[in-house]
Design a protein around this ligand. Structure first.
Ligand code: SF4
Length: 394
């Protein structure tokens, strides 16, 4: 383990054996799919999912995997939004970032340094970034790092992250800059979009703190600068966003992530995710061999969501009903079991979940009228109505 910033970013570099194992799982001829801060924020949102942790740790392209499985991801940024975001970012950073530095309150933006961060490969760029941060902090002058590269160890594997910019203040403070293309109208923006940007920025702050810990007189701002178009124009405006809460949540969630070597060692022999050499059936069976923790939130955060939802539904699992319902059902883990308990055919009446289900089934029958079709206790189906009723009465 090295503490030198120039020797490569991850001080807890994974063992060569682990890297080889991850390459075997991914397919030796496939380059690892890089993890970005958006993916890390999503990974931290579902720390119990071993499937995602392993696939991300092995650098498998989950979007390509989902396509190969016949369940392509149903989310992502449109090409138009992507191009608009790039154009806005270029405008904000034009002329050496003078407008951006002006938004931070720099009196003489033209005097700021903009070091060249070019280097070979992500490791090289991360080392070059660390050196630039150290030099800028030592020099005590405003410095803009355009697209620096940061590294963070996640579930035993290094992830390389690229914030839009980091600004070094003369007093040694480092501020993360996030440039987004959603509008800020009358000084405020869509809270859900600001929240997502804050979670993403918190991942950058976390990675920067590792570098700052090894840099004399450096500290990382826990407020990030969010830059957005002003009202409905193309003019940039900025707001400081406090990410302390997101930082502590992300730190805690990432620390809890199951380590990938443990997950990999539990896989059956011969399992692999090589998209070039495996058939769709082999990939489905390989994916199925890694335990998942599906929740409806996956639909907006993970490329494999449609595949995992379909598998969870066909297995009769209660997870697709949502975490709240899942929690209230206690030891009842399958929809047929829930329906059977509601009909009074199984289950311990002293179990609060079973009692609530039966009460809900009774109320449902009364509401529908004893003689009306379907007034009997629920029959096998999605189970959502029974579970929803149970939630309301538990
Ligand atoms: S969609 Fe599947 S792999 Fe992705 S986080 Fe959810 S359960 Fe895990």
């Amino acid at each position: 383990m090295s503490t030198s910033l120039d020797s490569g970013p991850p001080p807890h570099a994974p063992a060569t054996a682990l890297r080889q194992r991850m390459a075997e799982l991914r397919g030796p001829s496939t380059a690892p799919h890089p993890l970005d801060a958006r993916a890390l924020a999503a990974l931290a949102a579902n720390p119990g999912c071993k499937r995602r942790a392993l696939l991300d740790g092995a650098g498998v392209d989950k979007a390509a995997l989902a396509r190969a499985l016949g369940s392509p991801a149903a989310f992502g940024q449109s090409q138009f939004a992507f191009m608009r975001g790039n154009a806005f970012e270029a405008r904000v950073k034009a002329d050496g970032g003078t407008e951006l530095l002006g938004l931070l309150g720099v009196a003489d933006p033209h005097g700021a340094l903009v070091p060249d961060l070019t280097a070979a490969g992500p490791e090289g760029r991360a080392a070059r970034t660390a050196l630039a941060l150290r030099e800028a902090t030592g020099a005590g002058v405003w410095t803009l790092l355009d697209h620096p590269m940061l590294a963070l160890e996640v579930a035993g594997s290094p992830a390389f992250l690229e914030p839009d910019a980091v600004v070094v203040h003369p007093d040694g403070r480092w501020t993360v800059v996030e440039i987004k293309s959603f509008p800020m109208v009358d000084g405020s923006a869509d809270p859900s979009k600001v929240g997502a940007a804050a979670r993403q920025a918190a991942v950058y702050v976390l990675a920067l703190e590792r570098v700052a810990a090894l840099t004399k007189d450096a500290s990382v701002d826990h407020s990030v600068l969010l830059v957005c178009p002003k009202d409905f124009s193309n003019l940039p405006t900025a707001s400081a966003v406090d990410v302390r809460k997101q930082l502590s949540v992300t730190r805690r969630q990432l620390a809890r992530l199951t380590r990938v070597e443990e997950i990999a060692s539990a896989l059956p022999d011969g399992v692999g995710f090589d998209l070039e050499s495996c058939s769709s059936g082999e990939l489905a069976s390989a994916v199925g061999s890694v335990p998942a923790a599906y929740a409806p939130e996956c639909l907006s955060a993970c490329e494999l969501a449609l595949h995992c939802r379909e598998r969870a539904r066909s297995a009769g699992a209660v997870e697709p009903l949502g975490r709240a319902v899942r929690g209230e059902l206690g030891g009842l883990t399958a929809v047929p079991e829930v329906l059977s308990a509601a009909r009074g055919e199984s289950g311990d009446p002293a179990d609060p979940a079973v009692a609530a289900l039966r009460r809900a089934a009774r109320l449902r029958a009364e509401a529908l009228g004893a003689g009306a079709p379907g007034a009997q206790a629920p029959v096998a189906g999605t189970g959502e109505e029974t579970a929803g009723a149970g939630r309301g009465t538990a």
